[in-house]
Design a protein around this ligand. Structure first.
Ligand code: IFM
Length: 453
């Protein structure tokens, strides 16, 4: 075998609650910000929503059989806050938690390790009405919710992820408004990011308090940035992109500080009135930098950055390495597996997390069903293969990578794109809810069985 992974490497698939569960108003669940956002005209490409999604709430048992069939050793899913604490704060909704109880038991019965994400973007709408993530009260609310989930599942779940992609939850949700709750205000987004990070720190302590052997981490969507040319202007723009996208989250988590160059640039751009962050209180950064057991990384593509304030004509002159004519996924994202290697090395060298998991990696492509029912998704399979090869290379270079979760177990609600993008290794027919394992899923099954390829 050309690519053999370490003996105890963990292989799995990932999903999130709003994207697959459906059952939007069953057993006491109340609306999340995504239910409300989907009702707003023009926000979701196909005007759809997650009310039914993959109907996983009812089909969980057969879905777990599919995961077993795929030879996965672990399954990463998220808990829906509005199911477990429908009023946002306050009492537990036992019926809501019971769903995850069944899910965890079902996984363990099948010999699959559960990996729980506490927050994958479905904030109870009632909390957004009080201001949502930009307001500090949200940290206490998240702590209470965490406590309910951990008390309920902590006797059987060891692997915990506090937040999924705080960049998306803050920037897409509160800065450019592409995601729920659709706010467009940079300063609100900065505050949201801070409270997401702060609540990660406080939740980490809560999880540890209830689950002494817990492995706790946070998942970031990191994006390696490459300057379009070696010009000073492009290099500077690249540093700022990297600063807002990657370092804004990695620095507080691993160094206990926000990047000063980004704060100053934000001030110069008028995003903050003083070159300080008035919403950061004493002790916050220490809490955010609470040591964790692992870092979760979601990787999809890279960014090539140029300074757009310079006229295009000038730009052309100085552009030395334009993106090659690379393959794009259905999201329009460049397929760039080497970026994953570069990212892993950079994180290892600059931040040295003790352990890393790839908690998402995958590609959307339109699928075609052959007359015999098979789905020959060669592009998606190739995507997995090329990215796993880069991870193998990163391990050989000393990166402590301990596992890989493919995104996604099955086709699902892709946020603002609705059901128009298919990321699954299992096809979902949304009319009949039939599941069909695609060829990429079969290929990954072999990788998981052989611990390599
Ligand atoms: O579907 C999303 C997921 O919810 C978070 N990470 C990126 C995926 C693909 O866009």
């Amino acid at each position: 075998m050309k690519h053999e992974f370490p003996a105890d490497f963990l292989w799995g698939h990932a999903t999130s609650s709003y994207q697959i569960e459906g059952a939007h108003d069953l057993d006491g669940r109340q609306p999340s910000i995504w239910d409300r956002f989907c009702e707003t005209d023009g926000k979701i490409e196909d005007k759809s929503d997650g009310r039914i999604a993959c109907d996983h709430y009812h089909r969980w048992a057969s879905d777990l059989d599919v995961i077993k069939n795929l030879n996965a050793q672990a399954y990463r899913f998220s808990v829906a806050w509005p199911r477990v604490v429908p009023t946002g704060t306050g009492p537990l909704n036992a019926e809501g938690l019971a769903f995850y109880d069944r899910l965890v038991d079902g996984l363990l019965e099948r010999g699959i390790e559960p990996c729980v994400t506490l927050y994958h973007w479905d904030l109870p709408q009632i909390l957004q009405e009080r201001g949502g993530w930009p307001e500090r009260f949200i940290v206490d609310a998240f702590n209470d919710y965490t406590e309910h989930v951990v008390k309920g599942l902590g006797d059987r779940v060891n692997m915990w992820i506090t937040h999924n992609e705080p960049w998306c939850a803050s920037v897409l949700g509160y800065e450019n408004g592409e995601h729920a709750p659709g706010v467009q205000d940079v300063y609100q987004a900065m505050k949201a990011a801070h409270h997401l990070l702060l609540s990660h720190g406080t939740a980490t302590e809560i999880i540890r308090g209830h689950v002494p052997d817990a492995k706790v981490g946070i998942t970031l969507n990191l994006c390696p940035a490459y300057s379009a040319s070696p010009s000073t202007a492009d290099e500077k723009a690249t540093r700022f992109f990297d600063g807002t996208f990657n370092r804004w989250f990695m620095d507080p988590l691993y160094k206990g500080s926000y990047p000063q160059d980004v704060i100053e640039e934000r001030h110069r751009l008028g995003q903050i009135s003083e070159p300080t962050l008035d919403y950061v209180l004493d002790g916050d950064l220490k809490t955010i930098a609470t040591p964790t057991d692992f870092l979760g990384i979601n990787y999809y593509s890279r960014a090539i950055i140029r300074d757009h304030s310079i006229p295009e004509s000038e730009n052309e002159k100085r552009t030395l390495h334009d993106p090659p004519k690379a393959e794009l996924t259905d999201m329009g994202w460049e397929v760039y597996p080497e970026g994953l290697y570069d990212l892993m090395m950079r994180v290892h060298q600059d931040y040295a997390p003790a352990s890393v998991y790839i908690t998402e990696n995958g590609a959307a492509f339109p699928d075609q069903i052959e007359p015999d029912g098979t789905i020959r998704d060669a592009h998606r399979q190739q995507y997995f293969e090329s990215h796993l090869a880069q991870l193998h290379r990163a391990i050989a270079s000393g990166v402590p990578l301990d596992g890989y979760f493919a995104w996604s177990l099955m086709d699902n609600f892709e946020w603002a794109f609705g059901y128009t993008k298919r990321f699954g290794v299992v096809r979902v027919d949304y009319d009949t809810q039939k599941r069909t394992i695609k060829n990429s899923g079969k290929w990954l099954r072999d990788v998981y069985s052989n611990n390599g390829f």
